[in-house]
Write a protein that binds this ligand. Structure first.
Ligand code: ATP
Ligand code: MG
Length: 601
């Protein structure tokens, strides 16, 4: 895969790259074997020397759409595997029986592919489900009980909470902590066999109720929950807790570097405790995976909480998960973000161990750089007002049109030229005319000359108003022998150049002017409800005129409308006869971003 990120060698180092480079140098994981699939110690040992130098994983819970924070995690995990001769596993962390949807599973797989990554390597699809490991997790739990390292606790939830203690106060041992191994085994099997009610008991690791790390005070590892699981159905009424399941998933998959966000730092001692115990018991191999934490992505003007994003969708503040204002990857895609721009963004923001906020303009900047090189140019008039060239008929003849052209891309002549007409009636931007020009205004006002880009120089003569005083038409006279690209055309000097389209060949289009969804840099961090911080001007829909070359644009294609910014033909509605664009099948463009950061102070 080549992307702009690859061209920016050498990549900025970060602490994860240093860890991996050290492990490779010291051959920390060189002796591992691989069964060809996730497996326990014995099966892996009988396998081949692991062909992957390192193994990482991306482990989403299929309970929602991925967002820009996940994009960072995807680029990081798949990117490190790619860069160091490793493999990144695509793993659904589906140990929660609660509603996990196939819709989300499909959307997640599609999104990872779209971002430019895959899980196929060495002839194997590394696509896994944590729920496939439930049998092993159960076996490991019985092993812990037999080794005197776990017990069934039947305290009430309230007692358990009180006895856990807090930061300043050590916990108190449960009266069930001293049960015999046989009794624990029997009670755990009772839990499994449905003989206990939901919540009546939990299996806990037996570690240290006085540990300064509360996560080490005998954490619960199994709970009773009668719920149908999308993969295992009603086979189980007990389910492993995340903190117990995750290290085991990593170990069975031969993961070397298990990368997660900072909030899991306090859980690392339990991660290591569990894998040490299981390798002592011969259930998994050593060296076992190691967990590393990095700072999650916080992006200004954006919220990434799945629950709140869902609220925005459910309450109709946006049109859906893929609304172009959403920070979901499907939303960013529909907004016009490219995989390359997101990869460059992930690379540029780097990996750190302390939380910080990344400015939204950094994300937009990555996209502008990518689109500047790729996007064809076109003229578009977003707030049209008619301009009449009053001397056109006497100079060129009534009904005559003039052929004009412009490069498709100013720096890529090989892309050719785009053709359009010039005539007596043109569309220009309403803001390009002022009767009384403010200071420094170089565009149309009575007596001023401007160039119509790629066309002719004109002299403004005035404008017509309706009864209410609104301008309905602007008039100008063409200055002969000034057509762009003809000899001597620049003899007449002008200060202003404006864009336009000819009424004769312009194409009508709906343009959706998207802006940031939130009006404040850190929504949802202060007193106010995040809904009150929505930007009321995050979407304005206008009926525009675009250059005829735009009639050929296909859905998803990006373009730069000169002077206005980058736009994308909407994935869903462009040329589609859908009710959301009036059922007309007309071009629909979304504003991706302006040419400059309009939010900078
Ligand atoms: P959220 O809290 O937004 O719902 P999550 O952490 O519950 O996200 P998961 O599906 O569990 O969602 O996440 C999959 C992976 O993506 C995890 O490894 C997680 O650490 C990582 N991840 C989630 N949010 C971010 C973020 N903002 N920045 C970087 N990585 C993230
Ligand atoms: Mg999570």
């Amino acid at each position: 895969m080549t992307s702009p990120a690859d061209k920016e060698l050498p990549k900025p180092s970060n602490f994860l790259r240093q860890v991996i480079e050290r492990d490779l140098e010291q051959q920390t994981y060189a002796g591992r074997h691989w069964a060809g699939h996730p497996a326990d110690a014995v099966e892996h040992q009988q396998g081949v020397p692991d062909p992957a130098k390192i193994r990482t994983r991306f482990p989403p819970e299929p309970n929602g759409y991925l967002h820009v924070g996940h994009a960072k995690s995807i680029c990081l995990n798949f990117g490190l595997a790619r860069d160091y001769g490793g493999v990144c596993h695509m793993r659904f962390d589906d140990t929660n029986p609660e509603k996990e949807d196939q819709e989300y599973v499909n959307a997640i797989l599609d999104t990872v592919h779209w971002l430019g990554f895959g899980w196929e390597a060495n002839g194997t699809q590394h696509l896994y489900h944590a729920s496939d490991y439930f049998d092993f997790m159960y076996r490991a739990a019985e092993y812990l009980i037999e080794a005197g390292l776990a017990y069934v606790d039947e305290q009430s939830a309230e007692e358990m909470r009180i006895n856990r203690g807090d930061f300043g106060r050590p916990g108190t041992d449960s009266t069930f902590r001293s049960r015999s191994i046989d009794e624990n085994l029997q009670r755990f099997r009772d839990m499994r066999d449905g003989k206990l009610a939901d919540g009546a008991a939990v299996l806990r690791a037996k570690i240290d109720m006085a540990s300064p790390n509360i996560n080490m005070r005998d954490p619960a590892i199994y709970r009773i929950r009668r719920a149908t699981h999308h993969n295992t159905g009603d086979k189980w009424c007990i389910y492993p807790m995340y903190t117990y399941a995750h290290p085991i998933e990593d170990a069975l998959e031969n993961i070397t570097h298990s990368i997660c966000t900072l909030e899991f730092e306090d859980q690392r001692p339990f991660y290591d405790w569990l894998l040490d115990r299981l390798s002592e018991g011969g259930l998994i191999n050593k060296p076992h995976p190691r967990q590393y934490e990095f700072a999650r992505l916080n992006l200004t003007y954006v919220i990434t909480s799945k629950r709140k994003l869902k609220q925005l969708v459910d309450e109709g503040h946006v049109s859906g998960w893929d609304d172009p204002r959403m920070p979901t990857i499907v939303g960013l895609r529909r907004r016009g973000y490219t995989p390359e721009s997101l990869q460059v963004f992930a690379e540029r923001i780097g990996v750190t161990k302390s939380d910080s906020w990344i400015d939204y303009s950094t994300l937009e900047g990555c996209l502008r750089e990518d689109l500047d090189a790729k996007a064809p140019r076109a003229m578009a008039v977003l707030d049209p007002i008619k301009l009449v060239i009053t001397n056109w008929n006497e100079l060129h003849g009534e009904g005559k049109l003039d052929d004009c052209s412009a490069p498709v891309h100013p720096h890529q002549p090989e892309l050719g030229r785009r053709e359009f007409k010039f005539g007596r009636e043109l569309w220009i931007e309403r803001t390009d005319y002022e009767e009384v020009p403010p200071k420094g205004y170089n565009r149309l006002y009575p007596g001023n000359k401007v160039r119509l880009k790629y066309g002719h120089v004109i002299t403004c003569t005035g404008a017509t108003r309706d009864a209410a005083g609104h301008i309905t038409e602007v008039q100008a006279e063409l200055v002969p022998d000034t057509k762009s690209g003809t000899p001597g055309s620049d003899a007449v000097k002008v200060k202003g150049v404006i864009t336009w389209v000819a009424a004769a060949d312009a194409v009508q289009a709906e343009v959706r002017l998207y802006d940031r969804l939130f009006a404040v840099p850190q929504p949802d961090t202060g007193e106010k409800d995040f809904l009150e911080e929505l930007n009321p001007d995050s979407l304005k829909v206008v009926q525009a005129f675009v250059e005829p070359s735009m009639a050929k644009v296909k859905a998803d294609e990006k373009v730069q409308f000169e002077r206005h910014g980058y736009f994308v033909a909407d994935r869903k509605d462009h040329l589609a006869s859908s009710p959301s664009n009036g059922g007309e099948g007309k071009p629909v463009f979304n504003r991706v971003t302006g040419l400059k950061d309009s939010w900078a102070k």
